[in-house]
Design a protein around this ligand. Structure first.
Ligand SMILES: NC(=O)c1ccc[n+]([C@@H]2O[C@H](COP(=O)([O-])OP(=O)(O)OC[C@H]3O[C@@H](n4cnc5c(N)ncnc54)[C@H](OP(=O)(O)O)[C@@H]3O)[C@@H](O)[C@H]2O)c1
Length: 325
């Protein structure tokens, strides 16, 4: 419609332009709302259900592994719990079997005891694991040991031992179970690494090296098996309140035996276990569970390595000896 050019008509034009703008805004908001709702629905549908899923957890007798056993059990998973100590695993099995939780149907877990550091037992253990339910939906490579020591005082056998438990063991178990996942075109492999898989700090050489290797191996694996329907998540937590430092080995192979201050003040293992569950449900590729300082250090290592190395050298001078994780 064409209005003669008067003040009244000018006002009319302004009002109709504002009405149009308000209409467009309303339409845009409604569109954004529908899109958000759609994305939430898609995400909820995409979240993997763990009811009846066969979940293998290594290092399930203690700390984070035991908490993972609790949360995956409550989510209705059929668990195969692994560790070296058969009696401690049985204790966890009995605890969980006696405590059916949540509204899900729960199952009594099965235990398979073996030493991840003994490469001859891993293949047999993988066969035992597959015999439990015929397949594995989720493998959580959680078992691990830590280390405290100066490189100068550390026997090469200790470097190898830590690598066997934290790297070669999980790699051997993963490779033994992988063909069955690829055949079914379905499966999820989780590696519990550490912030120390992203940054190396002094007096932790064996541990940090094993976790860097873990990160690299599982990053390669993720890329290689995505087309086969197998997902890979690497979880990198900071300190968790567990017995990790007590069970750590020192340069001569003896047990460290101390609950470090940082570990004692670390995250609640139940919270970390819930984050592992979330990562599996959402099929996350890489999850860092750390506070602002370690997170900043990870960025610094990439963006300003010279400064990061200076800070680590200063930390090493101050410590002069192995201390907290
Ligand atoms: N606690 C932390 O601050 C922290 C931080 C970042 C990442 N993480 C990672 O979290 C994971 C779990 O550690 P955690 O903190 O729960 O420590 P933890 O309480 O000492 O538990 C370690 C578990 O690993 C098992 N294990 C150790 N050596 C093994 C071997 N050779 N073969 C089979 N199982 C073995 C132990 O069971 P048996 O003794 O019965 O074999 C135990 O169940 C580790 O990979 C660790 O690197 C921990």
């Amino acid at each position: 419609m064409c209005f003669p050019c008067t003040k009244k008509n000018h006002l009319k034009r302004c009002k109709s332009a504002m009405d149009r703008a308000a209409g467009v805004l309303q339409l845009a908001l409604a569109g954004a709302g529908v899109l958000l709702l759609y994305r939430i629905l898609v995400r909820l549908r995409a979240e993997a259900s763990l009811q009846d899923a066969v979940v293998v957890i290594t290092g399930a007798s203690s700390g984070l592994g035991k908490e993972c056993a609790r949360v995956f059990h409550a989510a209705g998973a059929r668990l195969v719990l692994c560790g070296r100590d058969a009696a401690r695993l049985q204790q966890v099995v009995q605890e969980l079997a006696a405590n059916p939780t949540g509204s899900q149907q729960t199952y009594a877990p099965v235990a398979v005891a073996f030493d991840l550091a003994d490469r001859h037992t891993v293949d047999t253990a993988a066969e035992d694991i597959l015999r439990c339910y015929g397949h594995v939906d989720v493998l959580i490579n959680n078992a691990g040991i830590s280390y405290r020591g100066a490189i100068l005082d550390t026997d090469i056998s200790v470097q190898r031992d830590v690598m066997e438990t934290n790297y070669f063991g999980p790699v051997a178990l993963t490779q033994a179970l992988l063909p069955s996942m690829v055949r079914r075109r379905s499966g999820h492999i989780v590696a519990v690494s550490s912030v120390q898989g992203k940054i190396a700090i002094p007096y932790r050489s064996a541990y940090a090296a094993s976790k860097h290797a873990t990160q690299a191996y599982f990053d390669c694996l993720r890329a290689e098996v995505e087309r086969c329907g197998v997902r890979v998540s690497v979880i990198s937590p900071g300190y968790i309140r567990t017995n990790l430092s007590i069970n750590a080995v020192t340069g001569d192979g003896s047990k460290y035996g101390v609950l470090d201050k940082n570990t004692a003040q670390g995250r609640d293992p139940t919270d970390v276990a819930r984050a592992v569950l979330k990562a599996v449900r959402q099929r996350s590729s890489d999850v860092i569970l750390a506070g602002p300082l370690p997170s900043l250090a990870i960025y610094l290592r990439t963006l300003w390595p010279a400064l990061f190395f200076k800070l680590m050298a200063s930390r090493a001078r101050k410590e002069q000896k192995p201390k907290d994780e």
